[in-house]
Ligand binder design. Structure first.
Ligand SMILES: Cc1ncc(COP(=O)(O)O)c(C=O)c1O
Length: 442
């Protein structure tokens, strides 16, 4: 327990004084979690529909995960890759048995998993003696924050201040196979895609598109990298989202949900692609460490033993049904998108994402705001149907009060008048607002 655990004001002050200001947190700090609930410094309870951005797959305070991490920490937290690591061998075996893959490289985050994927694709052609290096990615994609992954990310806002961008990336519109075909040339090494673009608003790929991408890659001898950092490990109701599409990638990246909160990244590939890395070509001090491996093994075991994929499917069905009914009733909801427990709810111009996030917050529900008009939910995979219904009911109550007296949040937001936004929400919902930010980035 931190000495600041009960002192929100000092926590905020020290953050502002001593942490690099790259985030815009809400004025709240959580010090305890149980199941799908988080508790703040004042002991207030919130339903966590953010799930640590699709990380807390087993929820908070999961007994088995806590025990696995505690036991491993007591035995051995870290040794290093000079030696064999039993937990690493075990997790690699499990991941390969569960997926298309034959080999795994472990790292500590999604960005690192993607860095390894990019290097692997280039290394594959290098070791074959072919000069193919270009990676084609999608506009509005998100692949991480390192120099390599901001270059892979098809959104200039993430890389502009850090120019020059790493060369060797090309961007095409998502779900447009003709653009992709036109972009391929003799230098193309790989196509790298998310199956649901999460960061830019939860946009799933079309099934036909992904099938055609796979076909194109096969025809041209190009590798298909699927970034499942957010969609992997049960999030969509299948262990991996690619299973929903009836195709397999050559390389897949995982992170977030695999550790249930303990940092981990994984890059999976076929034996053929694994020829792209020789001893010494890549590495990581912490990657594959015993602590993270214990967490990863426990998460996979729990997903299988507790039939969580089935739970995701059932709860997802409930949420989509209820959100669809809300959309039919309240035209301010313009779209409900996603798969499994990764869902985006988009509103028209009268409701801003930050306003809705705040309104839900004040009722004890956490969601993330993406862009001006979409909220995203990615709750723990253990969420029950009745908990999901409580969330939908809270959203319905807000929409009902908003119907009577429309929240004019966007005008205030347009002028970036945060106080006006807060006031408007307080007036309409009768609740106090902690902070308003325009957008939450990954
Ligand atoms: C699809 C995708 N790829 C990569 C990343 C980067 O992962 P990390 O933040 O663990 O580096 C994210 C993070 O949100 C993501 O959603």
């Amino acid at each position: 327990m931190s000495s600041l655990d009960k002192d929100l004001a000092l926590t905020i002050k020290y953050d502002k004084d001593y942490c690099l200001q790259v985030f815009a947190p809400m004025n709240v700090a959580f010090t305890k979690g149980k199941g799908v609930y988080l508790y703040d410094t004042e002991g207030r309870k919130y339903m966590d529909m953010v799930g640590g951005i699709a990380v807390n797959s087993l929820g908070h305070g999961n007994r088995e995960l806590v025990r696995a991490v505690q036991t491993q920490a007591a035995n051995l937290i870290h040794c290093c890759n000079y030696y064999y690591i039993p937990g690493r061998s075990e997790l690699a075996y499990k991941l390969c048995r569960l997926s298309f893959a034959d080999k795994v490289f472990f790292s500590n985050s999604g960005a690192e998993a993607n860095e390894a994927a990019i290097k692997l694709a280039r290394g594959y052609f290098y070791h074959k003696g072919q000069n193919r290096f270009e990676i084609i990615t999608a506009n509005m994609s998100f692949h991480g924050r390192t120099m390599g992954t901001i270059a892979a990310t098809g959104q200039e806002k993430f890389s502009k201040p850090f120019a020059p961008n790493l060369p060797g990336f090309k961007y095409v519109d998502y779900n447009d196979i003709e653009q992709l075909k036109a972009a391929v040339n003799d230098s193309t090494a790989a196509v790298m895609l998310e199956l649901i673009q999460g960061e830019s608003g939860v946009h799933p790929a079309d099934r036909e598109y992904i099938k055609n991408v796979r076909k194109l890659c096969d025809e041209k001898g190009i590798l298909l990298i699927i970034d499942e950092v957010q969609t992997g490990v049960g999030r969509t109701g299948r262990m991996f989202a690619y299973e929903n599409y009836g195709v397999s990638p050559d390389i897949m990246t995982l992170a977030k949900g695999l550790g249930g909160g303990v940092p981990i990244g994984a890059t999976l590939c076929t034996n053929e692609v694994a020829t792209g890395m020789k001893v010494g070509d890549h590495g990581s001090t912490f990657g594959g460490n015993p602590l993270a491996m214990a967490a990863g093994n426990c998460v996979l075991d729990q997903i299988m033993d507790k039939d969580l994929l089935n739970n995701v499917g059932q709860v997802s069905g409930v949420i989509f049904d209820q959100l669809q009914a809300l959309k039919d009733k309240y035209p301010v909801i313009t779209s409900v998108r996603g798969m499994g427990l990764l869902i985006g709810i988009e509103f028209d111009g009268t409701v801003s994402s930050s306003g809705m996030k705040e309104a839900l917050f004040s009722k004890g529900f956490l969601v993330s705001a993406i862009g001006k008009s979409t909220i995203r939910i990615a709750p723990p995979l253990i969420i029950s149907q009745s908990e999901a219904k409580k969330f939908c009911k809270a959203l319905a109550d807000i929409l009902k009060s908003q119907k009577k007296r429309p929240l004019q949040l966007t005008a205030a937001e347009g002028s970036r008048n945060e106080e006006a936004i807060k006031e408007a929400i307080v007036k309409e919902t009768g609740v106090t607002i902690s902070s308003v930010d325009n957008n939450e980035l990954e």
